[in-house]
Design a protein around this ligand. Structure first.
Ligand SMILES: [Zn+2]
Length: 211
């Protein structure tokens, strides 16, 4: 398949960060994210099963990323997720869980497994009541996935015979471009799929071209 849709790319992203493939009919909602001048690549935010996922691609880990993702996800919750009129009319606020990730694409291994808001916020000595507010960003080393010596297979995508990007989502039983049939083909390799995914997100976020 020549190009994957935004939804299919986000399904691959979900598989990368959670290790679980989404079912074909699973609902994924992708939100608009305002450009954040401090972040070279605008993060991606989407929701699956009531959980809001915020994912930033980072060539260098930014210690302020937890604060940026907190700001971005809060803005999205207020303006895009919650129906404020319904809440004002008495409807209870939905409970929204937020999970933040940094996809590390830099050289070598990332210095940290997590980035915490409390690492950059000062505390007032003696006041333990303050400082309980926390945002944790899980860091995922994409190099680990992309250069894994024993490539594992993706649950959500299969290989076709297209010259470029041979990834077809499981929702298609036949590639629309090359005509390959899923039943005859193996699943896609995770490392290739993730490499393709990250390059697409980078291109999309940097130039605004449609993925
Ligand atoms: Zn194909």
């Amino acid at each position: 398949m020549a190009t994957l849709s935004q939804v299919e790319l986000h399904k691959a992203l979900y598989e990368l960060i959670t290790g679980v493939a989404l079912a074909n009919d699973a609902k994924i909602t992708i939100y608009d994210v305002k450009d954040e001048p401090c972040l070279p690549i605008t993060p991606t935010v989407f929701m699956v099963d009531g959980i809001l996922y915020a994912v930033a691609i980072q060539e260098e880990l930014d210690r302020f990323l937890p604060l940026h993702l907190f700001t971005i996800t809060t803005d999205i919750m207020i303006h895009q997720v919650v129906d404020r009129v319904a809440v004002m009319m008495g409807k209870p606020m939905p409970f929204i869980s937020v999970r933040c990730y940094a996809l590390y694409t830099g050289e070598g291994q990332p210095e940290n497994n997590t980035l915490r808001l409390s690492d950059v916020t000062a505390r007032i000595p003696g006041d333990e009541e303050l400082g309980v507010f926390e945002v944790v960003v899980k860091v995922i080393d994409t190099d680990f996935h992309c250069n894994s010596p024993a490539p594992s297979l993706s649950e959500g995508f299969w290989d076709c015979n297209c010259e470029e990007s041979q990834f077809c989502p499981n929702s298609l039983n036949e590639c629309l471009d090359c005509g390959a049939k899923r039943e005859n083909m193996p699943n896609s390799r995770k490392n290739e799929l993730y490499g393709y995914l990250i390059s697409k997100i980078e291109a999309f976020r940097n130039t605004g071209i449609t993925i």
